[in-house]
Each structure stands twice: as structure tokens, then as C-alpha cells.
Design a protein around this ligand. Structure first.
Ligand SMILES: Nc1ncnc2c1ncn2[C@@H]1O[C@H](COP(=O)(O)OP(=O)(O)O)[C@@H](O)[C@H]1O
Ligand SMILES: [Mg+2]
Length: 310
């Protein structure tokens, strides 16, 4: 059996009185994309700092590719790439020079890093801007440059702390695409407070809040843990949405109902209740009734009883 790429056992970290991470257990398979999902203050950065040997745990143990974070930090740092929450680019160096500096800090030979940097600039869509300074880049391009920098020394494990926070949706999608293109070549561990990001990118997801692991599994497994409730969207062609929303809202099988203009979203106790809804809508001006995919947002709410704090 191959050893897991990342292992955390009963990992605990306290900052004085505050326990930011509590008895955290985790295993991440080699070559997979793993997402750690949680709202601000959940403890994601704390966990990443311990795994990347930037900080020591209070209790418990962690291993990266079999190496102990407490005693083998140097060896671990050589084989991981880290993209921290802040961009931390050198603004007085060009994009290419930022990568070259990183290569030299890792003791790489010029012959080796020159080719590697060419490839990475190409891969991250930055080849045309390599002589420019990071300050002239958009947020998304800066982020891609930071990811490129973390990859220069060919890490086996890449850590990304909130890789797309603060980016506009279009840049976010671009960063996703670049992260996806790395899949299989290394283990990728990312944190995010965007449900969609975890859902789009990750093979497996851990949900955490208040320093604790709440749930872990594949996106599908986590969705399957939801109760039997199903959500349908009913779109009306013309007038009538208001009247029918009131009618549906009074039915016992309807747990929740929301209306935005001519679209009414109903949450039913179970999918079998749909027939009652269809009967009630007999003769109504309905354009379509569609089943809504359950999202991780639903999972988060059902597991924690809270919406994700932005
Ligand atoms: N250096 C620190 N000293 C004291 N408290 C901290 C420190 N770093 C983080 N915290 C606290 O620990 C908790 C978890 O923080 P963090 O790991 O940064 O969460 P996340 O990355 O999920 O937003 C928060 O309540 C935060 O205020
Ligand atoms: Mg953080």
C-alpha cells in the first residue's frame, strides 16, 4: 500500500487560550487534489503552517511523504511548494527574476532552472509578460506567478492557502484551470472558503470549523450525507407565481419556499412529494420544473447548521 502524501494525527494547536486546531486527523493520497474547506477563522492557515513546517503544533504529529514535520523540516521544505495567503512577490524584480531568485534560493543550477522557468511561464500563461514587474499585473496574473514560483524546484507536494480569494470570477476560473493542469503530477493541498472551488477542483474535501474536522470525503460522498430533502425550481411562464407560491407554501410536504420573480424554489421532505406538487400545479402556467443539484453549501448548512461565513 502506498503511504499517504500528507498525514495529520490528533494535530492540535493553541494560541494561548484559543485552540485554533483541535485533534485534527487527515490523510491525503499521493497525486490527488485535496481541499480543506472552512469559513474565515476556521483554522485552515494554522493547519497549513504546521504541515509546511512554518509553525510547530502543540500536540499530535504530522508527516509529509513520510517525513516528520517536527524533526525533518529541512527535508520537507526542499520537496514542498507553498503558496501563502498573501502574494509576497518581490516588486523590484521582474516576473522572471522572481522565479530565478526562488530557483537560486533552492540551490538549483542555472542550466536546469532556465528551462524549467521557461516551461512554467508558458504553463501559467505568463510567457509574454516575463520581463514586466508584478505591480503591473492583474490580481489573477500575480496569483499565477506565485503558483509558478512555488513550482520552480519541482515539489512533490504543493500547498495553496486560499489561492483565489479576492479574485474576480473570471480570474478565479483561470487559476482553477492552471491548478487542474497540475493534477496527477504532484499532491495538491488547498484551502478555500469557497464551496464551489472545493467542488470544482478537489478529489476529496475536508470541511472544518472552529479548529475541528466536521466531515471528510469526496464531493459526492459529502452530498450523499445530506438528508432526503430535495429541492426543485419551478419556473412560471407568466403571472401566477405569487399565487402558486402561496399555495405551495401551505402544503405540509414543503419544508421551505423562496420566490424570485417568476421562479419559485421549493424544498420538499422527500422526492416522492413531487407528485403532490405536480397535482397542485395542475393547470398552472409552468414553463419548467427542475431538480436542483445539491451543493456543498447545502452540506455545510446541514452539518453545521450555519451558512458559510464569508
Ligand atoms: N498567530 C496567532 N496568534 C493568535 N491567534 C491566532 C494566530 N493566528 C491565527 N489565530 C486565530 O486562530 C484562529 C484560526 O485562524 P486561521 O488558522 O488563520 O484560520 P483560517 O485560515 O481558516 O481563516 C482564528 O481565530 C485566528 O484569529
Ligand atoms: Mg487563512
Amino acid at each position: 500500500m502506498p503511504t499517504a502524501s500528507i498525514i495529520a494525527r490528533s494535530l492540535t494547536k493553541s494560541y494561548g487560550e484559543l485552540t485554533a486546531l483541535e485533534s485534527f486527523d487527515l490523510e491525503v493520497e499521493q497525486g490527488s487534489i485535496f481541499g480543506l474547506l472552512g469559513p474565515n477563522g476556521a483554522g485552515k492557515t494554522t493547519l497549513i503552517r504546521i504541515l509546511t513546517t512554518l509553525m510547530r503544533q502543540s500536540r499530535g504529529e504530522a508527516f509529509i511523504e513520510g517525513l516528520d514535520t517536527r524533526s525533518e523540516g529541512r527535508a520537507i521544505r526542499r520537496m514542498i511548494g507553498v503558496v501563502s495567503q498573501e502574494n509576497s512577490l518581490d516588486r523590484y524584480l521582474t516576473a522572471r527574476e522572481n522565479l530565478e531568485l526562488h530557483a537560486r534560493l533552492h540551490g538549483m543550477e542555472k542550466k536546469l532552472y532556465k528551462r524549467r522557468i521557461d516551461e512554467l511561464l508558458e504553463l501559467m500563461g505568463l510567457a509574454g509578460r516575463q520581463k514586466d514587474f508584478p505591480d503591473t499585473f492583474s490580481g489573477g496574473m500575480q496569483r499565477r506567478l506565485v503558483v509558478a514560483r512555488a513550482l520552480v524546484h519541482q515539489p512533490r507536494v504543493l500547498f495553496l492557502d486560499e489561492p483565489t480569494t479576492g479574485l474576480d470570477p473570471q480570474s478565479r476560473r483561470a487559476v482553477w484551470e492552471y491548478i487542474r493542469s497540475l493534477a496527477g503530477r504532484m499532491t495538491i493541498f488547498l484551502t478555500t472558503h469557497y464551496l464551489e472551488e472545493a467542488e470544482q477542483l478537489c478529489d476529496r474535501i475536508a470541511i472544518m470549523d472552529h479548529g475541528r474536522l466536521i466531515a471528510i470525503g469526496s464531493t459526492q460522498e459529502l452530498k450523499d450525507r445530506l438528508s432526503g430533502a430535495t429541492v426543485y425550481e419551478i419556473e412560471f411562464t407568466g403571472e401566477g407565481a405569487d399565487r402558486y407560491a402561496a399555495l405551495l407554501g401551505s402544503m405540509p410536504c414543503v419544508i421551505d419556499i423562496r420566490q424570485i420573480e417568476n421562479k419559485v424554489t421549493v424544498t420538499l421532505e422527500c422526492w416522492e412529494c413531487l407528485s403532490e406538487i405536480v397535482t397542485a400545479l395542475n393547470g398552472a402556467p409552468v414553463r419548467r420544473i427542475s431538480l436542483q443539484e445539491r451543493t456543498l453549501e447545502d452540506v455545510f448548512i446541514s452539518l453545521t447548521g450555519e451558512k458559510v461565513r464569508e
